[in-house]
Design a protein around this ligand. Structure first.
Ligand code: ADP
Ligand code: MG
Length: 268
């Protein structure tokens, strides 16, 4: 075992943990679309599905099959220009995963150390909701990781996300920004804007976590569809408003990365 390459001081990979207070706010949708947007921007991207119990990345990325082993390493699956690893590639049943803490820790360790990631510019980790064992384990294994917090505009969602953000900050991860998802629905026929899930939660959360609101992703029923067909919206329709917001956020992450690695790396 070569050890966890992402924990090395000279690692050039920006590790981004995508977190949320509760489930269903669009964390995995944001993770996949952001990853693909970064890949489309020419970056080398990996997605680590750390939502061991509720994994959804394989379906959303259209990545099917089992992970293959080469020597003592596991080969990630390739989808939409990204390397992907998920517990879903190691199970062949539809049964829920009921692993306990130490096994989860071991699985994450192997996802980092035993997977043939190669050189990556970004590793996006889709965390389970909240701040359980997995988040704490991952924070320990990835001391340099940045966190993105996804929330809906709703006050309640924002309060739960705040706890997640604060708890993660205690683990040493830095909160790099907030993404508000499902911010507005624009009626395709009239252009009228409906704020179905409330308003202002993203900005409020960003202020409370002392970070930036990186963008507000509108409601787009095709995001739902893309989640089921395995074609992320940024691929299906790169010009959709939701795709544009996500692509803009990807650009902001790329800029953040440059400002950090610019010291040691000649930028191309
Ligand atoms: N902006 C959006 N517009 C429409 N549907 C969305 C949007 N974001 C997410 N969804 C849908 O909401 C559901 C929950 O999203 P998901 O990414 O699985 O959330 P989480 O990972 O936080 O549990 C999915 O069916 C997804 O397709
Ligand atoms: Mg999810």
């Amino acid at each position: 075992m070569a050890g966890n390459p992402f924990a090395r001081a000279d690692s050039d990979t920006k590790v981004i943990a995508v977190a949320s207070g509760k489930g269903g706010v669009g964390k995995s949708s944001v993770t996949t679309n952001l990853a693909v947007a970064l890949a489309r921007g020419g970056h080398r991207v990996g997605i680590l599905d750390a939502d061991i119990w509720g994994y959804s990345i394989p379906l959303m990325m259209g990545a099917r099959g089992q992970a293959e082993v080469a020597g003592n390493q596991v080969l990630p699956l390739q989808a939409h220009g990204c390397k992907v690893i998920s517990i879903g590639f190691f199970l062949n049943t539809e049964r829920p995963v009921i692993w306990r803490g130490p096994m989860l820790h071991k699985a994450l360790e192997q996802f980092l150390s035993d997977v043939q990631w190669g050189e990556l510019d970004f590793l996006l980790c889709d965390l389970p909701p909240g701040t359980g064992d997995i988040t704490i384990s991952l924070a320990q294994m990835l001391p340099g990781a940045d966190m993105l917090v996804v929330t809906t505009p709703q006050a309640a969602a924002q309060r739960v996300a705040l706890r997640a953000g604060q708890a993660t900050a205690q683990t040493g991860m830095r909160v790099a920004g907030v993404i508000e998802n499902m911010s507005v629905f624009v009626a395709p026929d009239t252009g009228h804007e409906y704020r179905i899930f409330g308003e202002g939660g993203g900005q409020l959360l960003a202020s409370e976590l002392d970070t930036r609101l990186l963008g507000s992703v509108p409601i787009d029923p095709r995001l739902l569809e893309g989640g089921d067909t395995g074609v992320p919206l940024v691929v299906a329709d790169p010009d959709a408003p939701a795709s544009r917001v996500i692509t803009d956020i990807a650009g902001q992450l790329a800029t953040m990365k440059q400002s950090l690695v610019g010291r040691s790396l000649p930028l191309q």
